[in-house]
Design a binder for this molecule. Structure first.
Ligand code: SF4
Ligand code: SF4
Length: 176
């Protein structure tokens, strides 16, 4: 016979039901961090305890922390020597994209050695999950996520849609 152990939820006191203990605990912890960091920063100023790190707030966006080399950032389309996109509109990235946020319209390439090129290439950043599958799937190294642009803030969904011109010419310079 299987014995069932019944665990009753502990009853909260009136003090706990008003979250008073939780509020006091929260204020206590926050004040502790504040005092610790303030003290350490003041001691660092006069050259003491520099081996003990204090919390630092980065003043984003004016101050940006360096990104790891492998961080996937906003997409760009790479170019050929003549400035045209390397993309051959094979649709591999559009097919593999789990968010279905790449929209390509292909057209014939004027160069008979290249089959196709994108007439339209849009990426909806509002849907993108930054998985990088599009980059992995591309057989031409035509799409990369190395612009180091991490913000995607916009006032409307339309502004989050990148077209081929924005993808070929990212607004922010790509730092090495
Ligand atoms: S990073 Fe992922 S979700 Fe975003 S466009 Fe590429 S494949 Fe789609
Ligand atoms: S996988 Fe590469 S070549 Fe193919 S459509 Fe996408 S970006 Fe273009």
């Amino acid at each position: 016979m299987i014995k069932t152990k019944i665990i009753h939820q502990p009853k909260q006191t009136l003090f706990e039901r008003f979250y008073i203990s939780g509020i006091i605990q929260g204020v206590w912890i926050t004040t502790g961090h504040f005092v610790r960091n303030l003290t350490l920063h003041m001691l660092h100023r006069i050259g003491l305890f520099r081996n003990i790190p204090a919390a630092v707030t980065a003043q984003y966006p004016e101050e940006q922390k360096p990104l790891a080399l492998r961080t996937r950032t906003r997409h760009r389309l790479t170019k050929r020597e003549d400035g045209s996109p390397r993309c051959v509109a094979c649709m591999m990235c559009e097919t593999v994209c789990p968010a279905r946020c790449i929209y390509i319209v292909a057209e014939e390439h004027p160069d008979p050695n290249i089959e196709k090129r994108p007439a339209k290439f849009d990426i909806d950043l509002g849907k993108c999950v930054y998985c990088g599958f599009c980059v992995e799937a591309c057989p031409e190294d035509a799409i990369r996520m190395d612009t180091k642009i991490i913000d995607t803030a916009a006032y409307s969904r339309r502004e989050m849609m990148l077209d081929i011109n924005e993808l070929l010419n990212p607004k922010q310079p790509i730092k090495a």
